[in-house]
Design a binder for this molecule. Structure first.
Ligand code: FES
Length: 317
């Protein structure tokens, strides 16, 4: 220990905890070997290792069924972070569970639109029927119940999710049948998405970035969601261009956030509003990450020039 001018003790450099180096993960050897191989594949996708923390937390959940203490230690060790840093992230997002989760997370949206369309009634029905409350699990380990805030599916209110697959326009009767089927071990079919719902660990592995090959099963979007896109196409509505973007680009092409030359090199352009999947998105590269501050600076400089040369002076007058 050393003592500073204020008389406070602090660890010497030799005894100070090095980020991620002193944690024991507690996994057996085969599990640790498999986890390490998967983690390496995830980390390789990012310019900075610490950027892989979110998918690694999903990976831990795919093994332990929640973000376990040993999983936190594994993430810290893998990414050279402290366990406090990993815990800070894991406790921020509700998709990360801090105690063992059921095989199926049943999320009832009780946000404003779903609530007035019947979400509150769904919640009361399920809490009564299952005898559990928010973030609690049925004794058989099948269902963890959650109140959720807007599933971004308001056009199908009231919406329930099972392991983040959509069950649209539910009723008290349909959700009761849904959880009974889940507890019986029989498959359930979402309204949109894959043909049936996989369990929490399997879904967590997909969220960690290991596709199960089922992304193209079932309908991805229903009529209510597509109606706006169709109207926009019919009437020629497009989003306004970014400051450094040619208006014709905005009208006819989606550049995916890349510079024009890079976008052209990445392959054929996909028209705005057209369906696209993850495989068609340009990957983030170290070059993208390092050039982002420069692009921001250039945009800021342009904005500043516009303001000072008077060309925009009349806008707010
Ligand atoms: S309010 Fe329920 S999905 Fe948006």
């Amino acid at each position: 220990m050393t003592v500073d001018d204020a008389g406070l003790q602090s660890p010497d450099a030799a005894t100070r905890r090095a980020s991620g180096r002193t944690h024991r993960t507690g996994y057996d050897e085969p599990t640790l070997t498999a986890l390490a191989a998967d983690a390496a594949a995830v980390v390789a996708r990012y310019p900075e290792p610490r950027s892989a923390l979110l998918p690694l937390l999903h990976l831990v959940q795919s093994v332990d069924g929640y973000v376990s203490p040993r999983g936190i230690a594994f993430c810290a060790q893998t990414l050279s972070l402290t366990t406090a840093e990993v815990s800070a992230v894991a406790t921020f997002y509700s998709q990360y569970k801090r105690h063992p989760n059921g095989r199926y997370t049943v999320g009832v949206c009780t946000n404003t639109l779903c609530a007035v369309m019947g979400g509150d009634a769904l919640w009361e029905t399920l809490t009564d029927h299952l005898g559990i409350g928010h973030d609690e699990t049925t004794p058989d380990g099948a269902v963890t119940l959650e109140r959720v805030e807007c599933n971004a599916a308001c056009d199908y209110a009231p919406v329930v999710m099972v392991n983040w697959e959509f069950f649209d326009e539910q009723t008290p009767g349909s959700v009761t049948a849904l959880v009974d089927t889940l507890r019986s071990g029989r498959p359930v079919r979402p309204t949109r998405g894959a043909d049936d719902v996989v369990d929490f660990r399997a879904m967590s592995r997909v969220l960690a970035g290991f596709p199960d090959g089922r992304a193209d099963e079932g309908p991805a979007a229903g009529e209510a969601t597509l109606r706006g896109t169709r109207l926009a196409r019919e009437r020629g509505w497009v989003a306004p261009p970014f400051p450094d973007e040619d208006a014709s680009d905005a009208a006819g092409q989606d550049r995916g956030g890349a510079d024009g030359d890079a976008a052209a090199a990445a392959g054929p352009q996909i028209p705005t509003g057209a369906p696209r999947n993850d495989a068609e998105r340009p990957v983030t590269t170290p070059t993208d990450a390092s050039s982002a501050p420069q692009r921001r600076a250039e945009t800021s400089e342009r904005t500043s020039r516009t303001t000072t040369d008077g060309s925009d002076a009349g806008r707010d007058a």
